[in-house]
Ligand binder design. Structure first.
Ligand code: F6P
Length: 340
């Protein structure tokens, strides 16, 4: 009986430590050896790992970030695929790897499964864009952070009679914007999944202001194209991934131009990924971690733990990551009843 490895890969989010704690506690209860792999796939590629005991995961349940570290390095992009991991896997006698990752990392896990490695995925991303699960770890906390910020931004918008344009993360999906905007009572929510009519947006904001509500709050998802149809970005990161962001500046200028009202952009950025997870994400991370450990101790591979209703199930990893899960438009339409 070999060891079981666990890693966190891709962008971090609150709740990762809860999941690691769940994995380690469940596995060590069965006397299994757990290897913590540092900095995502990088740790398997470079052999930077450490054993994890029950004691190593005490006190981490409510801590943000990941005690294992993370990175966007990928064995198929930056290495030789499965071959780049083989030495570490063999040297440490790792039988199975639990991958706590977003769609990119989980797609890599599915490829490694196809190459013969036993893998179990845990869906985590504030973007909530992984298929076949009702929700991903970290989303709930990110939405709460957005709502807390909107509550604060609204009072200053009101004092100054301004339009505040709040940009939230989500990459190509509008889940955070729709949920955060709805819970924060936004006057408009702009998401990549719904084409934005800027003239109509301006008309609605003007009407709201003439009716005596002379401030407005607009939430825009970072991946929403601006009036030119382009998604705002600032080049690529060191791994070649697009750095999406900045659309709120363009949207605020456009609103100013079309309405004549003062509009200010605010990017919430990495605040959405930092700090302590909500109770929901602590529980979800714990349940995902425990179940992933149980699956890894069996023969099943190429699966992902998923929340369906209130039940943790396993789903096919390749199917879950075949394409990003876009915002359910029903969510958008429900929020739209409250637009200006
Ligand atoms: O996928 C999570 C996410 O936070 C996206 O919402 C955002 O576009 C991206 O990661 C930022 O990535 P990085 O941490 O590499 O800047």
């Amino acid at each position: 009986m070999g060891a079981i490895g666990v890693l966190t890969a891709g962008g971090d989010c609150p709740g990762l430590n809860a999941a690691i704690r769940g994995v380690v506690t469940r596995l060590t209860a069965e006397g299994r050896t757990v290897i913590g792999i540092e900095e995502g796939w990088q740790g398997l590629m470079g052999g930077t790992t450490r054993p994890l005991t029950r004691d190593d995961v005490r006190g981490v349940l409510g801590r943000g970030g990941t005690i294992l570290g993370t990175s966007r390095r990928d064995p198929y992009v930056h290495g030789n695929g499965f071959e780049s991991l083989r030495e570490t896997l063999e040297h440490l006698d790792i039988d199975a790897v639990i991958v706590i990752g977003g769609d990119g990392s989980l797609r890599t896990a599915a490829r490694l499964h196809a190459n013969g490695l036993q893998v179990v995925g845990v869906p985590k991303t504030i973007d909530n864009d992984i298929g076949h699960t009702d929700v991903s770890l970290g989303f709930h906390t990110a939405v709460q952070i957005v709502v807390d910020a909107i509550d604060r931004i609204t009072t200053t918008a009101e004092s100054h009679n301004r339009v505040m344009v709040v940009e939230v993360m989500g990459r190509t999906a509008g889940w955070i914007a729709a949920a955060g905007g709805m819970a924060g009572g936004a006057e408009a929510i702009l998401v990549p999944e719904v084409e934005v009519d800027f003239e109509d947006l301006a008309r609605r904001i003007k009407m709201r202001h003439t009716e005596g509500h002379d401030y407005s709050l607009v939430v825009v998802a970072e991946g929403t194209p601006g009036p030119s149809g382009q998604v705002a970005s600032s080049g690529v990161d060191q791994f070649g991934f697009s750095r999406i962001g900045g659309v709120c500046h363009i949207v605020a200028s456009e609103i100013e131009r079309l309405t004549g009202f003062e509009a200010r952009p605010v990017i919430l950025g990495y605040l959405q990924r930092g700090g302590s997870p909500t109770a929901y994400d602590r529980i979800l991370g714990t349940r995902f971690g425990v179940r992933a450990a149980e699956v890894a101790m069996g023969d099943e591979s190429g699966v992902m733990v998923a929340l369906r209703g209130d039940v943790i199930e396993t789903v096919d990893l390749a199917a879950a990551t075949a394409e990003p899960r876009n915002l359910d438009l029903e969510r958008f339409h429900e929020a739209a009843w409250f637009f200006a």
